[in-house]
Design a binder for this molecule. Structure first.
Ligand code: NAP
Length: 275
């Protein structure tokens, strides 16, 4: 499987690093990156082929991974218009819909949309994927191998649900970082220095997430197991419940999903149609 990345920034770098660690061959990977310094870095770090433009040599691939910013996508795709044959085109751009990418490619149908999240940068990502009907099962499996190189993957069968994926796992790391910040701030209020509060907060979130991932029990059961009647955890959870913690998170996720829909409209609008 020959893979060409369009855009050699943070996400392409994370994906290529993960792919090579999982046994992909550098000779099968190419990157289109306009900045010479970016091309030099990619070639030096990974021994992959680099191209300054999406030309015929770059398009000679099986999978084209679109790793530019959503706002850069339309211009980045222009050189590929009318020149795609049977490549699978995979967008990792947040918010952009396949209908818009397909329109910018003159109706090209073999499209996959992915929503990775930032833990992909350390190989611990969670990626939601959606494939258009024209993508074969074999092609889907190839795309899944690429994204699985930086974490876990979940296929979604309705593209409209990608805004919900974005709201849960795409934006989700920020909710967790915010929770860590809150725990650190609470630690500081209880008299810990910043380093100690950070170590206690991050270690707890990391350990609890690993326990939730490895345990056969549900998070609810794990929570109940740390909660003795009348104990310290029960006091904290009662305070969270009184402040409507679950509803607060639900409203935050709903706000993210709504924003995702609006951004999808704006990003996919052609010139003069932006909302
Ligand atoms: N970072 C994340 O954790 C994350 C998570 C989920 C999804 N995503 C998505 O992943 C995509 C890439 O994000 P990123 O953080 O990797 O962005 P990035 O670091 O800015 O990388 C994009 C790269 O594409 C290059 N580029 C610009 N125009 C191009 C063109 N016409 N042809 C080829 N390359 C071009 C940019 O060069 P210049 O710097 O010169 O413009 C830059 O090196 C985005 O669409 C984002 O929504 C990212």
């Amino acid at each position: 499987m020959r893979i060409c990345f369009v855009g050699g920034g943070n996400m392409a770098t994370a994906l290529i690093g993960g792919m090579l660690a999982k046994g992909f061959t550098p000779g099968d990977i190419a990157v289109v990156e306009p900045r010479a310094e970016g091309r030099d870095r990619l070639a030096a770090d990974f021994a992959v082929r680099t191209h300054a433009a999406l030309d015929a040599a770059a398009l000679a691939c099986d999978v084209l991974v679109l790793a530019v910013k959503p706002q850069q996508m339309r211009a980045a795709l222009a050189p590929a218009r009318g020149r795609l044959v049977d490549q699978v085109v995979v967008s990792i751009a947040a918010g952009l819909r396949l209908a818009d990418i397909g329109r910018w490619l003159d109706g090209y149908p073999r499209l996959v949309r992915c929503m990775p999240n930032t833990p992909a940068l350390i190989g611990a990502g969670t990626t939601g994927l959606f494939a258009a009907p024209a993508v074969s099962a074999e092609a889907r499996a190839g795309v899944e191998r690429i994204l699985a190189a930086v974490g876990s993957t979940v296929w979604i069968d309705d593209e409209a649900r990608m805004d919900a994926v974005t709201a849960i796992s795409g934006s989700g790391p920020a909710y967790v970082f915010h929770f860590i910040e809150a725990l650190e701030a609470a630690g500081a209020q209880l008299g810990f220095d910043a380093d100690t509060a950070h170590a206690l907060a991050v270690g707890t979130v990391l350990g609890a997430a690993q326990l939730a991932a490895q345990s056969h029990d549900t998070p609810a059961t794990l929570r109940e197991r740390v909660t003795s009647k009348g104990g310290t955890t029960a006091a904290a959870l009662a305070s969270l419940a009184a402040d409507d913690f679950v509803a607060i998170v639900g409203r935050a996720v709903a706000a993210a999903e709504q924003r995702g829909k609006a951004l999808g409209d704006a990003l996919g609008a052609d010139e003069g149609e932006k909302i």
